[in-house]
Design a protein around this ligand. Structure first.
Ligand code: ZN
Length: 497
């Protein structure tokens, strides 16, 4: 279990703070494989809850889960030109199928057996469009087969040089949705539907407010017609792309020859979408809510929502408070609350508080002999606030405290984001904002890639999205905040993870 190590304060070094929170909360660890992480039970528990919630939403909107191979023939990646360009520099290849002994020692004791070289190398999937379209081409014959709505939960590999736990790792876990539709409108509607689901999940489950919108050409997915995204602002005022939904047009359908017979008897390529969120969301959860004492988990995604810490001095007291603690744990458990009773007698209550706080458990119940006598428990919220609660009606009180913590976290994150946003920026304001503070900067944009590149060069900020109407400024900007030419769309810039 975690030792009382110090967590670097956010203000001192955000990146060190982030790693310290993960280590103290035992969410993940570095692995012997460079760039790959081990997700520890506390972190995986959060992922499982994320999966469960999102999977329900994905299924409720008509999608079904399937599973496709980890390996993709190298030639498949060559079929869609932009796609291969986007992923060529970060793939892992399988070229041999056997090792042979060399008679040497150490790592050199084995080598790939040249006789086992594959005729065609296999790519470890960086994403599964190519193999899924190869199957769609088999499964889709007529308009009656459409729409085809498939989702897959799996791992993917993108060979990253600079990695960070959860945010950027060579192997990560995700869901990837892939759908085929009869026409452009169907694919567009799907891409937007999923964006709405991602937003709902981010806000209602993660308590992480997001801006939705469309990506510029330079930021969109390799091979997509349009990429939509949800973007969140972290506590260090850097943006995190938290989920993407791509309208792929007919690009992949043409590359993989996915055609269907129309009702009128003609032959058309399908229109398709793909969309995904990853274990990066856990990084987003940490950087949205955690503080200098460690992790703060929104109740809906907390593997443990309530910890009960009994307090005793004598054996008689121990027996008494443990009995009450067990009863409360049973009641809360029966009511669907994820609860644990910390009955360890090797640790003092204070040390237990410290440990559960670092792990981000939203609510702690303390029960001492005096509480038992008064027929109450002390409730301590991870976000601050300690109040007694009567034993009568405790389950309801716990439920409403958890709801309140969930909505307080969302509100606080939204306030923080708005405080870190500026609108209607001029070029000078923009440069100063990005150099001195960072955050979301809203401004007019001419739509020209050269402006975008110059802005990135000078400020490291990129267009996060061209925001959807509800996020736009009034009045709308009329000129590009960088070059002064007429604005084609308002853009939201930020330095990003
Ligand atoms: Zn411009």
């Amino acid at each position: 279990m975690a030792q009382a190590q110090k967590i670097t304060p956010r203000a001192e070094d955000f990146s060190e703070w982030y790693n310290d929170v993960i280590m103290q909360a035992e969410l993940a660890d570095y692995s012997p494989v460079r760039g790959c992480m081990v997700i520890r039970p506390n972190g995986y528990g959060i992922w499982e809850l994320m999966q469960r919630a999102l999977d329900d939403m994905i299924k409720a909107s008509g999608h079904r889960n399937a599973y496709f191979p980890l390996f993709i023939p190298q030639s498949f990646l060559a079929k869609e030109a932009e796609h291969v360009e986007g992923f060529a520099k970060e793939v892992a290849l399988v070229t041999h199928t056997r090792l042979k002994a060399t008679g040497k020692t150490g790592a050199a004791a084995v080598m790939p057996d040249p006789a086992s070289a594959l005729e065609e190398a296999l790519v470890v999937r960086p994403t599964s469009e190519t193999i899924i379209y190869a199957m769609f081409a088999k499964w889709i014959q007529s308009y009656r087969d459409l729409p085809l709505l498939i989702n897959q939960w799996c791992n993917v590999v993108r060979w990253e040089l600079r990695t960070r736990l959860f945010l950027r790792t060579t192997e990560f876990l995700w869901q990837e949705g892939h759908t085929a539709h009869a026409d452009e409108a169907g694919a567009e509607q799907e891409a937007r539907l999923i964006l709405g689901i991602y937003r709902k999940f981010a806000e209602e489950w993660m308590a992480m407010p997001v801006i939705t919108g469309v990506k510029t050409e330079s930021e969109r997915f390799a091979g997509a017609l349009r990429t939509y995204a949800i973007e969140a602002l972290m506590q260090d005022r850097k943006a995190l792309q938290a989920g993407t939904s791509h309208h792929l047009g007919q690009n992949f359908a043409k590359a993989f020859d996915v055609k269907y017979q129309t009702a009128a008897g003609g032959l058309e390529h399908v229109w398709s979408t793909s969309w995904g969120v990853t274990t990066r969301l856990i990084g987003g959860l940490i950087m949205t809510h955690a503080d200098d004492n460690g992790m703060i988990c929104p109740p809906r995604l907390a593997p443990i929502q309530v910890v009960i810490v009994p307090i005793w001095k004598s054996d008689a007291e121990r027996t008494q408070v443990l009995a009450v603690g067990e009863r409360i744990a049973a009641d809360l458990g029966a009511a669907g609350v994820r609860v644990t009773l910390d009955s360890r007698d090797t640790m003092k209550p204070g040390a237990k508080y410290f440990e559960w706080e670092a792990q981000g458990v939203p609510l702690r119940l303390e029960i001492g002999p005096r509480d038992v006598a008064a027929n109450q428990v002390m409730t301590a919220r991870r976000i601050g606030g300690k109040t007694p609660a009567a034993m009568n009606g405790l389950t309801e009180a716990v439920r409403s405290a958890l709801d309140e913590i969930q909505s307080t976290l969302l509100g606080a994150a939204r306030d923080r984001r708005e405080a870190a946003s500026i609108r209607g920026v001029t070029r000078d304001q923009f440069i100063a904002f990005m150099k001195e503070q960072g955050g979301f900067a809203y401004g007019g944009f001419c739509g020209d890639g050269t402006c975008e590149a110059a802005i990135k060069q000078e400020t490291a900020a990129t267009v996060r999205v061209l925001p959807d109407p509800e996020f736009r400024s009034t009045p709308a900007p009329t000129t590009c905040m960088w070059c002064g030419k007429p604005s084609k769309a308002e853009a939201v810039w930020a330095q990003a993870y």
